[in-house]
Design a protein around this ligand. Structure first.
Ligand code: NAD
Length: 269
């Protein structure tokens, strides 16, 4: 089988560079090219050099249409605004579209649904195997424990992260809510400040920490009178997200159009 040609949008970002490096090192995959914003400061540079793997004769451009037309799959760790165009182009090219970008609003989510009518789209707030296992575990624990167990989700990320709570924390909240048979939108307490009054039974609380170079820590706490359960995942390198995204891109090959999750990719049901 021919190597899967993977295009990296946002290729000069923290994740973009890591994805480019990992694609280059993954058997059965090759880089189709990389794009970023016109003002990113790296347009015209060699993608391989930027990713630290040596020259690859692939020039970074600000033209995603031309790059995506040459790709079998596209990996997107950019911004919600940028995603709208990338989703449309991936759908037009019928390229597998793997979306790790977080902080999406209703407009972006609708764009992914639309793209999923034309091509295989995998969307995950967290591409790591460990977190996707954690999601399954949290749903299970959520269904086993009743409202006597208060659910709180604590996350910490590096100082550059711009959205909060993290997409993974929200996904963990949705998993806990699903297990418990409630709606996260109604139960979520994303901010507490000042005289909040006592905790409301059934709420799912979030706490956000930002600092240093923390790649991503998440803990889900189930706290009752007399005991508590804490389920924790810690990522120590961005490589786990890049490898997960590449696995998703490979999985997309030959799949019917649809909007899929990492649980589909990993066969976690
Ligand atoms: P970053 O700021 O380092 O990189 C984002 C890149 O996107 C930058 O290079 C930026 O120039 C580029 N970009 C912005 N607008 C663009 C446009 N219009 N066209 C092309 N490129 C554009 O951020 P990061 O740490 O790499 O994270 C990126 C996103 O991925 C965030 O939403 C983050 O939360 C998410 N993320 C998800 C996972 C996961 O597993 N799903 C893991 C890590 C990060």
């Amino acid at each position: 089988m021919d190597a899967l040609r993977i295009g990296v949008v946002g290729c000069t970002g923290r994740m973009g560079r890591m994805v480019a490096r990992c694609v280059d090192q993954t058997e059965g995959c090759e880089l189709a090219g990389g794009t970023d914003r016109a003002d990113c400061g790296a347009i015209g540079r060699d993608l391989g050099e930027l990713a630290g793997i040596g020259p690859r004769d692939l020039i970074i451009s600000d033209d995603p249409a031309a790059m995506i037309a040459k790709a079998d799959a596209v990996i997107d760790f950019t911004t919600p605004e940028a995603l709208l165009r990338h989703a449309e182009l991936a759908a037009q090219a019928e390229a597998g579209y793997v979306v790790g970008t977080t902080g999406l609003g209703a407009e972006q989510q609708a764009a992914l649904e639309r793209a999923g009518l034309h091509t295989a789209v995998v969307q995950a707030a967290n591409m790591s195997l460990g977190v996707n296992l954690l999601l399954a575990l949290v749903e299970r624990v959520g269904s086993a424990l009743d409202g006597d167990y208060d659910i709180e989700i604590v996350e910490m990320h590096h100082r550059h992260k711009v959205d909060a709570p993290s997409g993974t924390a929200l996904a963990l909240g949705r998993a806990a809510a699903k297990g418990r048979g409630i709606d996260l939108e109604k139960a979520a307490q994303k901010v507490r400040d000042g005289h909040t009054g006592p905790r409301r039974r059934g709420d799912i609380g979030f706490a956000t920490l930002r600092g240093g170079d923390v790649v991503g820590d998440h803990t889900v706490v189930f706290a009752a009178d007399g005991e508590r359960i804490e389920l924790t995942h810690k990522a120590s390198t961005r490589e786990v997200f890049a490898r997960g995204a590449i696995r998703a891109a490979l999985w997309c090959r030959g799949k019917p159009p649809g909007l899929y999750t990492m649980r589909d990719v990993l066969g976690l049901g």
